[in-house]
Ligand binder design. Structure first.
Ligand code: AMP
Ligand code: MG
Length: 484
């Protein structure tokens, strides 16, 4: 079924524990399946009975060539070091080499207990699995690196959380699930040879160009810092809050990993905390760049046995500058600016300040800004109606207009370019919630509808217009927390 090449399982056993998925005693059934991701794995679904595939993924039958393991990692959770986390409910079933010679992790979430489960049941609830299934694909379509979603499998069994809920298993796919916490685990156990082995593995498989460098490990740190800066800039630019930026949820490849209580901004609010268990607001939307820097400091420390201290420190210090650069570039595109001037940061900061003070919907504002016209007589498409402080908006839009005129911006061309970077459709919490509510009533069709919609977030899709609406009143009461 798959062409496995299980390079991670060829590392010494300190890196993982061999395990097998635990089949659902109450049986399982397919909920949705993503043909785009199947193609990445050269999986020809027409050649296989769907039941054969779900049996193999849920552990009812053994998947030939697979070598299932639970990966070991540690991590800083809400600022405190936890020495052994690891895949407590996830399993790396194997790695698939496709015809383009790409290697993809085939990773299960909710596949049963592993040696790292501690007191957990190794399962996932349907609610969170739907959210992760949809968001991985939505992020990919927005051009943001992410784990991808192959399929969602339901079970008639229930799992115990605050309430008893339907369970599910997600099958996700990524170039790697190695985390900052994978390195930390060896650092705190003083297993410095293993740090080197893991760094060599990451370079060999994911950054082969660094192998030639005089100091490959510092080059690796630099590359991870650069990728993380870019990733967080992308999150900030679309208004994505991850919710649990612990170091065990930070990918060494700079991809979005482990969706839990994430949320997209509705109204622009740097203080937005999507995780209702995050009482201190440690992972508030506006904190994400600083937290990424803090997490990178943890990673740098874990790599220190391979690095020269001063070089590593200088490297880490680059992060704020790299992030600011990436973010400003993305925001320039969102504003439709092609040239660079020294006032751009100020223009952007003033806008973000206005959006926050006036509680303006972030996604709707930028999408509407795409239709801004530079003639002074135009009414800016009702943009100013979003602001209580009309005068403040008029002042800003006047400066924006001057800035556009300065670079001879064409209204038509800018509108086309801006609509390609300012999404019309994002996975708002209430949309996910509607799909969940329907799934809990036995109707899974909304998941697929959302998946199709969010595959083309920049297209108008006129018949789906209402999916671009801001959240309705009832959505205020949605609470998302870690317990999933
Ligand atoms: P997460 O909050 O999903 O990033 O998970 C943090 C840690 O808790 C990881 O080591 C998970 O494997 C583990 N974990 C989360 N949920 C469960 C569960 N239901 N059973 C066992 N381990 C879990
Ligand atoms: Mg996690």
């Amino acid at each position: 079924m798959f062409n496995f090449d299980n390079s991670y399982a060829r590392l010494p056993e300190d890196f993982y524990s061999p395990v097998t998925p635990t089949p659902f005693t109450e049986g399982h059934f397919p909920i949705c399946f993503n043909h785009h991701v199947a193609r990445l794995l050269d999986l020809n679904v027409d050649q296989h009975d769907p039941a054969e595939l779900t049996h193999a993924l849920t552990g009812v039958t053994e998947l030939p060539g697979s070598q299932p393991v639970a990966m070991l990692y540690a991590g800083h959770q809400f600022g405190s070091y936890v020495s052994q986390l690891g895949d407590g409910r996830a399993i790396l079933l194997g790695q698939v080499r496709n015809q383009q010679n790409q290697l993809w992790d085939l990773h299960l979430k909710g596949a049963g207990v592993t040696p790292y489960s501690r007191s957990g049941d190794g399962r996932a609830v349907l609610r969170s699995s739907i959210r992760e299934y949809l968001c991985g694909e939505a992020m990919h379509a927005l051009g943001i690196p992410s784990t991808r979603s192959l399929c969602l499998i339901g079970t008639h069994g229930q799992v115990e959380r605050e309430e008893t809920e339907p369970g599910a298993m997600l099958v996700r796919v990524a170039p790697s699930h190695i985390r900052f916490g994978s390195f930390e685990s060896f650092f705190y156990r003083k297993q410095f040879d293993e740090i080197k082995l893991l760094a060599d593995y990451v370079i060999r498989h994911h950054f082969p160009e660094l192998h030639q460098k005089k100091t490959p490990y510092i080059a690796l740190l630099q590359a991870v810092i650069a990728r993380t800066a870019k990733l967080i800039a992308q999150w900030q630019s679309v208004g994505f809050a991850h919710g649990v930026m612990n170091t065990d949820n930070m990918s060494i490849l700079g991809i979005t990993l482990d969706y839990g209580p994430f949320g997209f901004l509705d109204d622009y609010d740097p203080g937005f905390v999507c995780n209702h268990s995050d009482f201190q607001g440690r992972y508030a939307f506006g904190q994400q760049p600083q937290i990424a820097h803090w997490n990178l400091a943890c990673l740098t420390q874990a790599l220190l046995p391979l690095l020269e201290f001063e070089e590593a420190r200088v490297c880490l210090e680059q992060f704020p500058k790299l992030f600011a650069h990436e973010f400003l570039e993305l925001m320039r595109h969102k504003l439709g600016l092609q040239q660079t001037t020294s006032n751009d940061t100020r223009l952007l900061d003033e806008l973000l300040d206005l959006l926050a003070k006036n509680r303006v919907d972030y996604t709707i504002f930028f999408r509407q800004l795409s239709f801004f016209r530079t003639e002074p007589s135009s009414d800016s498409n009702g943009l100013r109606n979003h602001f209580l402080d009309r005068e403040g908006f008029d002042l800003w839009s006047g400066r924006y207009r001057d800035r556009l005129i300065l670079e001879n911006s064409s209204d038509e061309e800018r509108a086309v370019a801006m609509r390609q970077v300012n999404p019309k459709y994002i996975l708002r919490n209430y949309l996910a919630q509607q799909a969940i509510a329907r799934a809990y009533a036995g109707d899974y069709s909304e998941i697929e509808r959302l998946q199709n919609l969010l595959q083309r977030p920049f297209d108008e899709q006129a018949e789906m217009e209402h999916y671009a609406n801001p959240p309705p009143e009832w959505a205020q009461s949605i609470e998302v927390s870690c317990s999933s």
